[in-house]
Design a binder for this molecule. Sequence first.
Ligand code: ADP
Length: 445
Amino acid sequence: MSSHGSPWPAEGARLVLVLLVLGALGWILGSVTLGLLVGALGYLGWNVYNQLLLERWLREGRKLEPPASHGLWGDIFNGLHRLQQRQRFRRKRLTRILQGVRETINAMPDAAVILRGNGEIQWWNVAARDLLGLNWPQDEGQRIDNLLREPRFGAFIRERHAAAAAITVASPVDEALVLEIRVIPYGLNQRLLLARDITRLYQLERMRRDFVANVSHELRTPLTVIAGLAETLDDMVPERLPEAVRPLALITQQTQRMQRLVEDLLMLSRLEMEQKPVEPKPVDVPRMLTLLAEEARTLGADKRQSVVLDLDRDWCVLGDESELRSAFSNLVFNAVKYTPAEGRVIIRWKSLDGGVRFEVEDTGAGIPAHHLPRLTERFYRVDGGRSSRTGGTGLGLAIVKHVLGRHGVELEIRSEVGRGSTFFCTFPASKVVDCSRPAMTGAGG
Ligand code: ADP
C-alpha cells in the first residue's frame, strides 16, 4: 500500500494493463471487443466492490481498521483512516481540556451557573449546588428565577445590569447564608451567574451598624439630662456667679451639637437598616419647600440673606414625606449656612423634559472641584473650621444621599469657587404626580 507520490500513474497503468491483457486474450479467442468489454467490466466491478467496502466501513464507523485494499482505493482508505485518527486525537485533547476547565470551576468556592439568554440554566458547578441548591439533572433547563424566588432577584435578572452590578439575597438552601450575586453577559446571548457567600461580611457590617445605632441611642438619655441641667443652671447662675455664664453657654452649645450628631447618626442608621423600599405616597413638595424657605429665612435672618422660591406648584412626588423633608432641609440649611451675609439662596422646583427637578442654588464660597466626589461621605468637610463654627455634624449630605438613593434619584452638585454652589436632583416622570388631582392622594403605588 503505497502512500508516497500520486497514485494516478499507477492506477492508469493498472487499467491499461488489464485492458491490454484482456484485449490480447480476446484477440487470441477471436474477439478483441469482447475481451476489452470483460476487462472494463472487471475494472468497474472492482471499483464498485471497493465503494461498497467504503460505504460499510463508514456506516459501521466504530471499526478501527480500514478495509484492506490496493492502489488508489488503498490510498483512499488509508487517508480517511489517518483523518479519522487525527480527529479522534483532537477530540480526546478537547475533552481533556474541557474536563480540566470543569474541574477548575468545580474547585472554586463561588457558585458559577451558565445561563442561556432567557435565564434557563445550562450548567453549574459544585458550589452552585451547595449555595443555590441546584440539583442535577432536574434543574437543567429550568429558569433560574423559578428556583431563586426572591422577587428582587427576579427583577435584577430581567433588568440586564452592567457586570459590576450585584444583588444581596439570602440563599434558598439556608436563610442564614447571605449571597452576593452577579450576572455577567458573554458570548452569544449567554450569561454567567456568580454567587459568593458574604455571610461573614454581612454580619460584620450589621455589627458596625448596630454598634453605631446602640451607642447613639445610649448617648441620647445622658445628653438630654445634661441639656436639662444646663438649662436649669442657666436660670440660676447669672446673678450668683457671673463668670460661669460663658462656660455654661458653651456647655449648652456643645450639648446641642452632640444632640444633633446623635440624631443624625440615628437617622443614618435607620436609613441604612431599612430593608423595605420607600412606600410611595404623594408628597406636596411645593408646600414643604415654602415652609422650609420660612425656616431658612429665620435661620439666616441676621445675615440679611434673601431666600427666593421658584416653584411649579402643580407637581407632587411619590415618596416618604419625612425622609424627603430631612433631605431637602439639609440642602437648604447648608446653602444658608455656607453663604455669607447679603447672599442669596434660590430654591427651585421645576418641571423639565424627563421629570421634576429640585434645586438649591446659593451665592456662597463654592466648593473646589476635587472635594465634590467625596462630599457625601460621613464627616467629610471642605473646611473643618468653618463647618464646626456653623455647628454642622458632617453627616447632612450623607443623609441626603441615602434618602435620595432610596427614592431612586441621585444628588448632583455643581459648584464654582467664589461664585456659589447648586445642589440638585431630578425625579423621573414616573415618580411625579399632579398635586391638584385628589384621586392620586393616598395612591400607594
Ligand atoms: P456639615 O454638617 O458640616 O454641613 P454636610 O454633610 O451637610 O456637613 O456637608 C459636608 C460639607 O460640604 C460641609 O462641611 C461643607 O464644607 C460642604 N458644603 C455643603 N453644602 C455646601 C454649600 N452649599 N456651599 C459650600 N459648601 C458646602
